[in-house]
Design a protein around this ligand. Structure first.
Ligand SMILES: C[S@@+](CC[C@H](N)C(=O)[O-])C[C@H]1O[C@@H](n2cnc3c(N)ncnc32)[C@H](O)[C@@H]1O
Length: 233
């Protein structure tokens, strides 16, 4: 897509904290995630030693580092230079040599080499408004091989409009007290107010319209997180 005056600056949407090296060093403790389930799902969908994997909005690279020993090539993409420095340091510490980092975003990443077999993205797509989510998802389809897999996690509201207050308040009631331990009420309030999480009943047609078949959708009990396993049609 041509980048003219109406093309957004993805960094401006990325959340200032993600650009802050001090915050980045605290991120893994705050947002710990066990990738074993994702890896098992992806292995059941064909992840193997020959796979090319792209992680969009890779953050500190916890998924990219976990998948690296199981695939041929993994590319961790993020708009935050601080996140990418953190990933490089992790890869070097762990002696991982098949992981590349690319400073780009959903809307600007240009894939090189063999098409991706798998695209992974966790808790990053909500940084874009829905119009740009649609553009981003179409770009994901374009870098995948036919039959390629998208494993997507995000903050998505699996509710009807009349359930919003109850659902959001219920979610916020479980917030952590200390920012080092997880998401505080103030942080979650900022997410709802300023970021672009949308309803599952808008999000899912975006995936389908881009060219994916949704093979599995799961929702956390809070109804504020969803995970999708999708296949390029
Ligand atoms: C909440 S963090 C999630 C990081 C990681 N995927 C995880 O699961 O821990 C969101 C990440 O998305 C990145 N990000 C925000 N907007 C982006 C965009 N348009 N393209 C790519 N990455 C983006 C941020 O810099 C940040 O690293």
């Amino acid at each position: 897509m041509q980048r003219t005056g109406w093309f957004p600056d993805e960094r401006a949407y990325a959340g200032e904290e993600h650009l802050d090296p001090a915050y980045v060093t605290t991120y893994d403790r705050k947002s710990a995630h066990d990738h074993r389930d994702d890896l098992a799902v992806l292995q059941s969908m064909g992840l193997n030693a020959d796979s090319v994997v792209v992680d969009l909005g890779a953050g500190t690279g916890s998924f990219a580092l976990a998948v690296a020993p199981l695939c041929r090539r993994v590319i961790a993409v993020d708009v935050s230079p601080a996140m990418l420095d953190y990933i490089r340091a992790g890869a070097s510490r762990q002696g991982i040599s098949n992981l590349e980092v690319v400073h780009a975003g959903f809307l600007s990443y240009e894939h090189q080499g063999d098409p991706a077999d798998i695209v992974y993205s966790r808790n990053a797509l909500h940084h874009l408004p829905d119009f740009w989510k649609a553009v981003a998802l179409k770009r994901v389809v374009d870098i995948l091989t036919p039959g390629g897999v998208l494993r997507l996690h995000d903050l998505v509201y699996h509710v009807e409009p009349e359930e919003i207050t109850q659902t959001i308040e219920g979610w916020l009631a479980g917030a952590r007290e200390q920012p080092e331990d997880g998401w505080t009420r103030a942080e979650l309030e900022t997410h709802v107010r300023e970021e672009y999480s949308t309803f599952s009943w808008l999000h899912e047609p975006l995936l389908e319209r881009a060219g994916f078949e949704i093979r599995e959708a799961t929702y956390r009990p809070s109804r504020t997180y969803a995970a999708y396993t999708c296949v390029k049609r």
